[in-house]
Write a protein that binds this ligand. Sequence first.
Ligand code: ADP
Ligand code: MG
Length: 701
Amino acid sequence: MSVLLNKPIEYLKGVGPIKGELLNKELQIFTVRDLIYSFPFRYIDKTKFTSISEVSQSGEQVLLRAFLVSLKEVKGQKQRRLVGKLKDASGFLEVVWFKGASWVLKNLEEGKEYVVYGRVNVYKGKKSIPHPEMELVSQSKGVKSSLDPVYSSTEKLNNRGLDSAARKRLIKAVFDELDLDEIPESLPEYLAKKLDLVSKKQAIKYIHLPSSLHEVSKATKRLKFEELFYLQLSILYSKRRRQARIKGAMFEKIGDHFNNYYKNHIPFELTGAQKRVVKEIRKDVQTGYQMNRLLQGDVGSGKTMVALLSMLIALDNGFQACMMAPTEILAQQHHQSLSESLKETEIKVAFLSGSIKGKARKVILENLANGELDIIVGTHALIQDPVIFHNLGLAVIDEQHRFGVEQRSKLWKKNEVVAPHILVMTATPIPRTLAMTAYGDLDVSIIDELPPGRKPVKTIHMKESQRYRVIEFMRTELKKGRQVYVVFPLIEESETLDLENLQEGYERLQDIFRQPDFQISVVHGRMKSADKDLEMQRFVEKKTQIMVATTVIEVGVNVPNASIMVIENTERFGLSQLHQLRGRVGRGAEQSYCILMSGLKLSNEGKERIHTMTSTNDGFKIAEADLRLRGPGQIMGKQQSGVMKFQLANLVEDQTLIKSARSIAMRILDHDPTLENEHNEILKKQLKHYFSEHQDWGRIS
Ligand code: ADP
Ligand code: MG
């Protein structure tokens, strides 16, 4: 036990109780150990100074070495500000503070030479740097390195003089006193050796006090690997433990149900990808372990057929199967298409949702419990308490986004003897590395091939000024008998405004298409679900030709005759949402179109999203772009983001490292499932520690 590392941060020289409490609160730094385990987020290369005359562009980040020739408070029209004048051999430049003046005045001194870092602002030809980081040249020389670490800070910390430079000095002082051997090693030697990783103590030292970029990269590689590796090890370890604990339904054979359907009733030849996935599932369900599989496949890739075949295997082995969808209308569609597919067989299929009541409900529940029913399709009514299965062997969940872990586990309990296998299907591809982390405990199957003969949807970007052309195009297609979706964005915080938009759009369309043959449906989130379903149904039955909607139609509805998707205010939609919406068309034989409407002015990100949409139909490419643009936290939502918080690693940039961390963790567990081997002692210890710190995982698995 290191005395220094365990020391509460307030006892460190130069900290004290007030700053100590701030560090606790703002950065969760409680001990000296926490301080040195909080890494810099970038470095300034101090060998590369810019001279003032070279500074030219707004937004440019520069490092200067200059004298502070004056420092004065200036009264502007609105507010006071503090203005400093910098001078180097090439010229002058201003630095400006709009707040925190007293601290600056106390800490900076006219006439001294500073290392200045900041973002340049050029206004009417005049260059300045607002709120620069400044440090005396003499002081920064004290840190023996040309690379200057920059630590994250907060306004409160800055105001108390605990900015990045002060952090750096604290850390420097700690390293002066610290015996490096007090930093315990956290990876087994054989791993470090094999992967050519520096030791933990070296890494920690290099990351704070590097003398070259080479050292920074050695340190980050080691520390990133460690972060990713322990995450993977913990995921895979829990998964194995779960498998060992939970017995799964055993599907030993392929029997009459499957064979009869496959030989006599299947309406098309499976794509190669569908065949492969059916094999993967088949392999899973005959191990005696519970399957937890995520099936990813773009909209229209034919996931339902894979689900159906899997359910038939369950029936062949004397089990029941169920299929759950997030909305009533989707569940109904699944029920209809399954019943249609199975109408020439003996298999009994039923539907259950909250809207099935009274006698009908009672009969279904009875038949489910006594084993009369083979397959039940429904909403999450299926996982509620009164629903008892005779012998549930497989549960298929369509569109996983709406089903959390909790609901998944409710399903497991629907069979008290053996756990039913779980197949989660999603049409929103998740980038591989994200799937490995956020859904690391699921096995993943991918359908990466569309059935033959599909005409890819043509996607076009149109500006407001071209609306007339869009309307004419809609009219032409409507006259050919096609149907059209027009989708408006819905953002929670301005729901009223959005509804007005939608209402306006609806009235405008009514004015334009005021002909008896073109009827318009409206569906939005504020409507009662029975009303929504009714409107949807009218559109499905071609009683209406235009569907004006918010994103409620995003999920799964199938209207093959709809061939045009017009998206209004495209810039306000996320990429995966756009991709989902586009998936509503292109389901029939006709050429389909997706028209992305936008205003004239677009942010860079908005442009990139639109560009991505017009240049590819590949859901995985879109998911990757989405991950790049929005980051993992936004994509997965709060629930999963806990497991994706890394200090150094990055799900976008470190894909190779993630894959290697996962495969190494897998190999280690293959050879030593309980980590009993002596050379894995460190792993076991670290893992225990990891589990105690990351309760999210305990919960998820
Ligand atoms: P999704 O993966 O979006 O759920 P579906 O399962 O609804 O896709 O399939 C979309 C359409 O493609 C359906 O009409 C289905 O019958 C058809 N389909 C599925 N697989 C094939 C195939 N191998 N060959 C031809 N059509 C197929
Ligand atoms: Mg589907």
